[in-house]
Design a protein around this ligand. Structure first.
Ligand code: KG4
Ligand code: ZN
Length: 341
C-alpha cells in the first residue's frame, strides 16, 4: 500500500511516498530557512506564500523519486496540526483536494505523534510497548506513554518554552543564525559545560513537567548582566560563548534525559522513542546512552526523519488507516493545537 504524505506545519514544505507504513521511497523536504533567517524566526505570511509556490513541485519530485504515478497512490495523509494555521491549511487542503479528485482515502495526522512515529518507523521490528515517547521539538517538549500508537497517556510537558525554542532563543542572544539549535550544538562542542552552573526549572508536584524559561533568562543575565533585556549588549568575551553554549545545552538536555529515564522506570516502559528536531542533537543521544542505567532500548530517528518531514506523516497516516479501514472526513479541519489523548 502506497501513501503520499504531505507536511506544511511550519517552515518546511515536504512530501513523501511510503509503502506499507515504513518503507520510504522518497522523502523530499524544501526548507525555508534562507527565507526566514534574516528575520531571526519564521514569518507566517512568508511561510504560507512559499508553501503555495513549492508544494506541487515537491509532490511531483516525491512521486518522481519513488518512480510512481499519482494513480498508484492508495492513501493520502497530511499533517492537520499542530502548527501555523495558514501553513497547515495549504497542505491539508491540497491533500483533501487530491483525495477527492482521485477518489482515494484521506487521513489527517497529528504532527507531534508523527515525530514519535518517525523513531518507530526506523526500528519497527525492535520497539516493544509500552514505550515512553519523548517529544523534543521547536514547539513541544512532552513525555507520553505510548501503550500502542493511537493510545497515549501524557505524563509531562513544558509549562513555558519548548526545548527547541529555548535553544533558538539562547542562540539569538549569542547572535547565532536561526534556527539556533544546531548552532548551539556546534559551538558547545569545544566548550566546558561545567563552567556555568545553570539549572533547569522544577515544576511543583509535577515531576515530569519541564520549565526552560528561567534557564533562558539566567543565560541572558550571564551574557549581559543582571536585569538585562534582550536588546542589551553582550558583556562576555567571544571565547566565553562556547562555555555558555555547552553549559546551557548540558543543563537543558540533562533535565530531559533524567526525567525521561525516571518516567520510563516508574511507568515500566519497555523502550524509549525520542522524536522532534532536537532529537538530532548528538550530545542528547550521548547523554541518553551514558545515563541509561536501566539498559532500556532507546530509539532515535535518522537525521532526515528527526526534523519536520512527510515520511513520518505518511507512515503514521498509513498505520491509522490500516487500523480503522476508513477515510477521515474531508471536513477535517486544521488545528493549531492538538492535546495528546
Ligand atoms: O521538529 P522540528 O523540526 O519542528 C517543530 O515541530 O518544531 O524542530 C525544530 C527545532 C528548532 O527549535 C531547532 O533549533 C531544533 O529543533 N533543533 C536542534 C537541533 N536541530 C534542530 N536543537 C538542538 N540541537 C540540534 N542539533
Ligand atoms: Zn516538528
Amino acid at each position: 500500500m502506497f501513501t503520499l504524505g504531505i507536511e506544511t506545519t511550519c517552515d518546511e514544505t515536504a512530501a513523501s511516498i511510503v509503502e506499507d507504513g515504513y518503507i520510504i521511497h522518497s522523502n523530499v523536504i524544501a526548507s525555508q530557512i534562507n527565507l526566514h533567517d534574516v528575520y531571526g524566526g519564521v514569518v507566517p505570511e512568508l511561510a504560507c506564500r512559499r508553501h503555495i509556490d513549492t508544494l506541487i513541485p515537491v509532490i511531483k519530485t516525491a512521486l518522481n523519486e519513488a518512480k510512481i504515478s499519482l494513480n498508484e497512490i492508495d492513501l493520502i495523509a497530511a499533517a492537520k496540526g499542530p502548527g501555523l494555521i495558514g501553513a497547515l491549511l495549504i497542505g491539508l487542503t491540497s491533500a483533501k483536494t487530491l483525495a477527492l479528485a482521485l477518489n482515494k482515502p484521506f487521513i489527517g495526522v497529528n504532527h507531534v505523534e508523527a515525530h514519535l512515529f518517525a523513531s518507530y518507523m526506523s526500528h519497527i521490528k525492535e520497539v516493544t510497548f509500552p514505550a515512553l515517547g519523548v517529544v523534543v521539538s521547536g514547539g513541544h517538549t512532552s513525555l507520553v506513554i505510548i501503550k500502542t500508537f493511537g493510545d497515549y497517556q501524557l505524563i509531562g510537558q513544558t509549562t513555558d518554552d519548548a526545548v527547541g525554542e529555548a535553544f533558538d532563543k539562547v542562540a539569538a542572544q549569542l547572535h547565532l543564525p536561526y534556527p539556533g539549535g544546531p548552532q548551539i550544538e556546534r559551538l558547545a562542542k569545544d566548550g566546558n559545560y561545567k563552567r556555568y552552573p545553570f539549572k533547569a526549572g522544577v515544576v511543583k508536584e509535577r515531576p515530569f513537567d519541564f520549565s526552560f524559561s528561567g534557564l533562558k533568562t539566567n543565560v541572558m543575565y550571564t551574557l549581559k548582566g543582571q536585569g538585562a533585556n534582550k536588546n542589551s549588549p553582550l558583556l562576555i568575551a567571544e571565547e566565553d560563548k562556547k562555555d555558555i553554549a555547552a553549559s546551557f545545552q548540558h543543563t537543558a538536555l540533562m533535565d530531559i534525559v533524567q526525567k525521561a529515564l525516571k518516567a520510563a522506570k516508574k511507568y515500566n516502559c519497555l523502550s524509549i522513542l525520542v522524536g522532534g528536531g532536537v532529537s538530532n542533537n548528538l550530545y542528547l543521544r550521548e547523554l541518553f546512552k551514558k545515563e541509561n542505567k536501566l539498559n532500556i532500548s532507546i530509539f532515535f530517528p535518522s537525521a532526515l526523519m528527526s526534523q519536520d518531514n512527510a515520511a513520518m506523516i505518511a507512515g503514521l497516516g498509513s498505520y491509522i488507516y490500516s487500523k480503522k479501514q476508513k477515510s477521515d472526513s474531508l471536513e477535517e479541519e486544521a488545528m493549531t493545537r492538538i492535546p495528546f489523548s
